[in-house]
Design a protein around this ligand. Structure first.
Ligand code: 5RP
Length: 225
């Protein structure tokens, strides 16, 4: 039987959820399995409340009958379970491949604990092979693109299948910024977020407590910071 490493990681993470918790529900094909497992646990009777980080995750959680609460109704989250596009040995991440980086980062910043779930392909020695998603307001986006390029990257406007600019759940654009190897993620995050018109970037620094990596051989590796 073939194992799905993302499913292994997602289902293991769901075991960390306890009765009464407010749980941040991440976005993506790995978070999908965590939400699915949480749906099973709700069916079995666990009393939790989910905070979805995207419309996609909200729709899935609704189908799973997970009780939901919005960001405007909470001041903190007990535990968020989310995926990542890259993760380095220092628990720094690139996120936003699925376009939900802003709400994911708000959830992470409000969370007592953040568990990141991934398969082995996401583990890297240095961030940067995956182009860094940067959410920007549509107004004046070309000027913002030029400012980002001055930081040493090639920023490409993300497009939808119909070639129109991809719109985030917040009505913004995403510029995917190919920096190559990122040697100093905190410094880069500060420079990017200082550009007027940038809403948020997909560097997640110091926000992760535990990483759960599902492997193709059926094993699971857990790392704690
Ligand atoms: C969405 C994200 C996702 O967590 C990231 O893209 C990983 O996705 P997947 O689990 O599908 O590989 O940051 O904005």
């Amino acid at each position: 039987m073939t194992v799905n490493p993302k499913q292994l990681a997602g289902e293991r993470a769901a075991e960390y959820v306890e009765k009464g918790m407010v749980v941040g529900l991440g976005t993506g094909s790995t978070a999908f399995f965590a939400i699915q497992k949480l749906g099973q646990r709700v069916l079995e009777g666990i009393d939790i409340c989910g905070v979805p980080t995207s419309e996609l995750s909200r729709r899935q959680a609704e189908l799973e009958n997970i009780p939901l609460i919005g960001f405007d109704q909470i001041t903190r989250i007990d535990l968020t379970i989310d995926g990542a596009d890259e993760l380095d040995p220092h628990f720094n991440l690139i996120k936003g491949g699925g376009g939900a980086l802003l709400r994911e980062k708000i959830a992470a910043s409000l969370s007592d604990r953040e568990i990141i779930i991934a398969d082995e392909s996401k583990v890297v020695a240095h961030l940067g092979a995956f182009p860094l998603p940067v959410e920007v307001i549509p107004f004046g986006w070309k000027a913002i693109q030029r400012r980002l390029a001055e930081l040493g990257c090639h920023p490409a406007l993300r497009r939808s299948r119909d070639h129109a600019p991809y719109l985030t759940d917040n009505g913004n654009y995403i510029l995917d910024c190919d920096f190559g190897r990122i040697d100093d993620p905190p410094a880069l995050e500060a420079k990017i977020n200082a550009i007027c018109g940038v809403v948020e970037c997909g560097l997640f620094i110091g926000l992760t407590d535990r990483i759960i990596i599902g492997k193709t051989d059926g094993t699971i590796e857990e790392r704690t910071r």
